[in-house]
Design a binder for this molecule. Structure first.
Ligand code: DGJ
Length: 726
């Protein structure tokens, strides 16, 4: 709900549990007065204090009042060059070479429903509401439109920024952040989610220290290394207690999330496109839209924050028809065959997998052009007739006849030098004139900022997808961008290429989605190198990591779960020893971990024993039976796998709290094991729950006293407890 006190120009955004407030002050500067647990709608600007601070510039409107300085007041969208020396949100270069932005509120509008964005991902839903605030730089004919979306039930507040040049000369946008959030305190911890290929999104928590700290990416993707999601929280916040703020950016390219703890113990978070390598020219009459950002404030710890993000992503980000639809249990041939497969081998996979309950066969990399290894073929999106005689027209009906649907892998953004496409259009790869471009996985990157290039590639892919009944596409991307320069833009606009590349990817994904709405698209970038809310708008699920080892996955999925729901995390059971780390884990454990993701298999089903096939059949039946609970239930992290405790546990609880599933995976085993109890969460304290059809326990006892964890023998065992209310 949006409440406006017109007289005092106070703008309050109200969600179920939180309040967010701004106010245009006596000089029309938009100050940020409050964000936190729900309070009334009264003017909270009494919290902002003024004092004469030496060396702080005072804006002209302040006259001789030396207590009023932009450098000390909490601002809604920080400016630059005119007296605020903290992190800027916007930096504009004018034709005279000056760099400044000085904003004053001039107008506002409220709209029913949540606003939409053109060409960028956004949260959507008629039940949302929209507030638009217009800020003008009076010296420059520049208007900054700050737009807010409010989803009350999810406690979600979205933000977007549009800059309009109403002047007569072009200006250059050197920075245009999506989000600025000022705090009247700096005694906060910052949590970021970091890693590398094969070990993505490990939470890293540290108290704010004086100065600037943060994360970002200059790889052209959101990256394996840092995620465009950060948390600021009370120093003593934990899963169930304390105030915390989650901030996400719906963007899949270079981003930056910085926090500055400043001299008077205030803090400012600024998040948006990374200004490094970014500069956008705005001609007169043109506008620039920054990607959407979204915030959840939880007064009750990380768990509640995560569950609100999960819900918002499931209900307001994922698009139909996939938002509410059941996702198929799949089998992917990659780890089983790599490039060494043909139609008969795939049919043999399906013959064994279908009776086990697997619903979709995914043919991974290697089905097109000349592609027997990863050194060639990218860009030639025509079926390799030697591997698949008769093309997909012949193969897909054979798979369907076995009762399964069919999906394929693509990597549209890439080009191999050993490809017909490269021989014909060597100039289509990103490269800087006079330099030989760096290869990554022995491939180059197509200049997706150019419409004719992306349309050519899409044309080929569309023909393939139209040639047979394809139910699923895995959109991969296996290297970071380097040598970024586009032949289509003049020298002074090369700072636009990274962002135009991302917009190009979004445009093709959107076209793919519109042309083939029934196709489920899974995002992927060397595993989890582009796992962000921007991609989730187009690809309802994303391959979480190339690391399929169940024990490493406990950490990867734990970190990912702080922002992203189970239904977004691509997770498969693979063969042992695991290809990434050589670890051997029981099949049951691999199933327990993978089914807290989108669930599938990535192994040769014909290399399994009859006992293993029976176990797989039971896993799939269990998953299907509890699909809604697992995929749409409220998610609780019960332990932290980074704490190296005896086990890792998590839980899904049905919205009506009458059913829950607890999953537990043990670590390495020791003799004389202590007796452990696990305290559950989210149950109804008034109800009694039966566990796995056996003994029953009161909900309050299970949550406060706990459940006795059976003593397990052998490393990496797992346990699933299905609780039903009596
Ligand atoms: C990287 C992906 O993460 C893998 O799952 C697989 O699809 C390979 N690429 C194929 O090249």
């Amino acid at each position: 709900m949006i409440v406006i006190d017109k007289e005092n120009r106070v703008f309050t955004l109200r969600t179920k549990n939180t309040t967010y407030q701004m106010k245009a002050d006596q000089h029309n500067v938009l100050i940020h007065t409050y964000y936190g647990p729900r309070v009334g709608d009264s003017d909270l600007s009494y919290l902002v204090r003024y004092a004469d601070r030496a060396c702080a510039p005072n804006p002209p409107e302040a006259g001789l009042d030396r207590t009023y300085s932009l450098n000390t007041i909490p601002q809604e969208y920080s400016t630059c060059g005119v007296g605020d020396f903290r992190l800027p949100s916007i930096e504009v270069e004018y034709p005279d070479g000056s760099r400044a932005a000085d904003l004053r509120l001039t107008d506002w509008e409220v709209e029913r429903g949540k606003y939409e964005l053109d060409g960028l991902p956004f949260f959507h839903g008629a039940e949302g509401s929209t507030l638009r605030l217009y800020l003008e730089d009076l010296a420059a004919d520049l208007v900054v439109e700050l737009t807010y979306g409010v989803f009350e039930d999810c406690d979600l507040i979205t933000r977007s920024v549009e800059v309009h040049n109403y002047g007569k000369a072009p200006v250059r946008l050197c920075q245009c952040a999506s989000l600025c959030l000022d705090f009247l305190r700096s005694d906060l911890d910052l949590i970021t989610f970091n890693g590398c290929h094969l070990m993505e999104r490990a939470p890293d928590r540290a108290p704010l220290r004086s100065g600037i700290q943060g994360v970002g990416s200059v790889r052209g993707t959101s990256s394996h290394q840092h995620n465009p999601f950060v948390v600021l929280c009370d120093r003593d916040a934990n899963e169930d207690y304390g105030l915390c703020y989650g901030a996400m950016l719906l963007y899949s390219g270079n981003f930056q999330a910085l926090v500055e703890a400043s001299q008077y113990d205030n803090a400012r978070l600024v998040m948006g496109i990374n200004p490094c390598q970014f500069c956008w020219t705005l001609e007169p009459g043109q506008s620039f839209t920054a990607p959407e950002a979204a915030l959840v404030c939880s007064p009750r710890g990380f768990g509640q924050m995560s569950r609100q993000f999960h819900r918002a992503i499931r209900e307001h980000l994922i698009q139909d028809p996939h938002a509410g639809a059941r996702r198929p249990v799949l089998i992917n041939n990659w780890e089983a065959t790599y490039f060494d497969f043909d139609a008969d081998k795939l049919v043999d996979f399906a013959k064994t997998a279908a009776p086990l309950g697997v619903e979709l066969l995914v043919m991974d990399d290697g089905w097109f052009g000349k592609r027997d290894d990863d050194n060639s073929g990218l860009g030639d999106w025509t079926v390799n007739q030697k591997k698949l005689p008769g093309g997909l027209e012949a193969l897909v009906p054979r798979i369907q006849a076995l009762g399964m649907s069919f999906g394929i892998w693509i990597e549209p953004e890439m080009i191999s030098e050993d490809s017909d496409l490269y021989r014909e259009h060597p100039d289509w790869a990103l490269r800087i004139p006079g330099r030989t471009p760096a290869r990554g996985r022995n491939q180059l990157v197509l200049d997706f900022s150019r419409p004719e290039i992306r349309q050519h590639v899409y044309g080929q892919i569309k023909a393939v997808l139209s040639s047979a009944d394809i139910a699923y596409v895995k959109w991969d991307m296996n290297r970071s961008l380097s040598d970024v320069w586009s032949a289509a833009l003049p020298a002074e606009r090369q700072g636009e290429v990274y962002h135009r590349y991302v917009l190009g990817v979004y445009e093709i994904l959107d076209q793919l989605r519109r042309d083939f709405p029934h196709i489920l698209i899974e995002g992927c970038a060397g595993g989890g190198g582009r796992f962000d809310a921007g991609m989730l708008y187009y690809t309802p699920q994303i391959w979480c990591s190339d690391n399929t080892d169940a024990i490493d996955r406990l950490r990867i999925q734990y970190g990912t779960s702080f922002c992203y729901p189970v239904s977004a995390m691509g997770a498969h059971v693979s063969a042992v020893p695991n290809e990434a780390n050589g670890r051997v884990t029981p099949l049951e454990t691999r199933g327990t971990v993978a089914m807290s993701g989108t669930f599938g298999y990535e192994m040769d089903p014909n290399q399994t024993t009859p006992e293993e096939r029976e176990a797989i059949k039971q896993q799939i039946a269990f998953f299907k039976e509890h699909y809604d609970l697992i995929q749409r239930g409220d998610y609780y992290r019960l332990t932290d796998p980074f704490a190296n405790g005896p086990y890792t546990a998590w839980e899904q609880v049905a919205p009506d709290r009458r059913e829950a599933l607890v999953s537990l995976v043990s670590g390495t085993i020791h003799a004389a094991a202590p007796f452990l109890t696990l305290r559950l969460k989210g149950l109804d304290p008034q109800l009694t729950y039966q566990v796995n059809g056996g003994a029953s326990y009161p909900g309050d006892a299970l949550m406060n006293a706990g459940y006795p964890v059976p003593v397990m023998t052998g490393d990496y065992q797992s346990l699933q407890l299905h609780l039903t209310a009596l």
